[in-house]
Write a protein that binds this ligand. Structure first.
Ligand code: NAD
Ligand code: IPM
Ligand code: MG
Length: 370
């Protein structure tokens, strides 16, 4: 189907390939029943790209991704790549995409579907109705700041180091996204750092307070140390609306938030950059929060819902297809009442695999669209 919605599809490795294959069935359904077409190209990333080309991301795939309207990503990694040189590891492909596309704002929503209240490892009343957004800075901090490396010292021992540095503009741009998101939600923004021990945290808090005064009208800003935030997320997660935090803390806190929703297989994400003045859409990549899950890869057991909801974020944020995004999210919610993959299984439900879960979502879409 002819379309100006150019999407670069990067399935990656392990269950990334399985959940992406499932996502294609959703895309086919939208083409067939909603006349919603995409101009799809597919590329290799991570271990798959290393196996074929000796690098986790070729310049061509990067260029294709940058010229697409959006990138749909699966997952990368696997134990067979553990001994590769640092720059050749599958994860470097993902990190290069994020950095080169300047996707600094990573939105990780943690929503508890009513059907999954019992799948969470927390008590039902703590998570029922939970809807929080973790906003993770994605292009700076200890993932990218220099200096970093492993040096050999005079005595022959080695020193491995990374730098957790943030500049004022880096904090300002993620802070602005945080205020915008909070304004569109329930008006509460929690800025998370460790200003009690880290200079980058002191600057982070200082900039957030100034931004709040300058452009944070209508938003209630609070501050929390990252270690306390991890504790609060499992003690009383509903106290949060939007959490804005740095790259490393955001990585940890979002995995923690995943378990509130029942499984890592439920957490989608959108990685966004600045809005292109010509197209009016942001540079964007949509990626589930989970990895390639080597322990279940190749068995057809993976939960595809984080992938589907990442795609739904693409419909919403890149293509303004809110109606289709709502439909898909409602279908996911309905399907959970019928079938469950093993990671979200609770007694009394019917257990299925990736294909069965996908079929249940498509059945629900059929029913909803009728
Ligand atoms: N975005 C990404 O590509 C990404 C994210 C995280 C980890 N990784 C990589 O993935 C590899 C494995 O990492 P890990 O084991 O720490 O994390 P992981 O997310 O792959 O798996 C953690 C646990 O969660 C389970 N799980 C994850 N997603 C699931 C799903 N959709 N359905 C059912 N169960 C699911 C796995 O079976 C495993 O038990 C590593 O190479 C890591 O670097 C990649
Ligand atoms: C695979 C890895 C590079 C990645 C990260 O650390 O950012 C992952 O854990 C994530 O959460 O997206
Ligand atoms: Mg992570």
């Amino acid at each position: 189907m002819a379309s100006n919605r150019k999407v670069m599809v990067l399935p990656g490795d392990g269950i990334g390939r399985e959940v992406m294959q499932a996502n294609m069935k959703i895309i086919d359904w939208l083409a067939k029943y909603r006349s919603l077409g995409f101009d799809l190209s597919e590329g290799l990333v991570g271990g798959a790209a290393y196996d074929a080309h000796g690098t986790p991301l070729t310049d061509e795939t990067l260029a294709d991704s940058m010229s697409a309207d959006a990138v749909l990503f699966g997952a990368v990694g696997g134990p067979q790549y553990d001994d590769l040189a640092f720059e050749l590891k599958p994860e470097r492909g993902l990190l290069r995409l994020r950095k080169e596309m300047d996707l600094y704002a990573n939105l990780r929503p943690a929503i508890v579907f009513p059907a999954l209240v019992d799948a969470s490892s927390l008590k039902p009343d703590l998570v029922s109705g939970l809807d929080i957004m973790i906003l993770r800075e994605l292009c700076g901090g200890s993932y990218f700041a220099e200096p970093r490396g492993i040096d050999v010292r005079e005595d022959g021992s080695k020193l491995g180091y990374d730098t957790n540095a943030y500049s004022t503009p880096e904090i300002e741009r993620i802070g602005r996204v945080g205020f915008d998101l909070a304004r569109k939600r329930n008006g509460r923004l929690t800025s998370v750092e460790k200003s009690n021990v880290m200079h980058s945290g002191v600057l982070w808090r200082e900039v957030m307070i100034r931004l709040h005064g300058e452009e944070g009208e209508g938003v209630e800003l609070s501050h929390m140390y990252a270690d306390n935030c991890a504790m609060q997320l499992v003690r009383a997660p509903k106290q949060f609306d939007v959490i804005v935090t740095d790259n490393l803390f955001g990585d940890l806190l979002s995995d923690c938030a995943a378990m509130l929703t029942g499984s890592l297989g439920m957490l989608p994400s959108a990685s966004l950059g600045d809005i292109d003045p010509d197209t009016g859409i942001p540079a964007a990549m949509y990626e589930p929060v989970h990895g390639s899950a080597p322990d279940i890869a190749g068995k057809g057991l993976a939960n595809p819902l984080a992938q589907f909801m990442s795609f739904s974020m693409m419909l919403r944020y890149s293509f303004g297809q809110a109606e289709e995004a709502d439909l898909l999210e409602q279908a996911v919610s309905d399907a959970l009442a019928v079938k469950r993959t093993g990671d979200i299984m609770t007694p009394g439900c019917e257990q299925t695999g990736t294909d069965g879960m996908t079929a249940a979502v498509i059945d629900a879409m059929d029913r909803l669209a009728r």
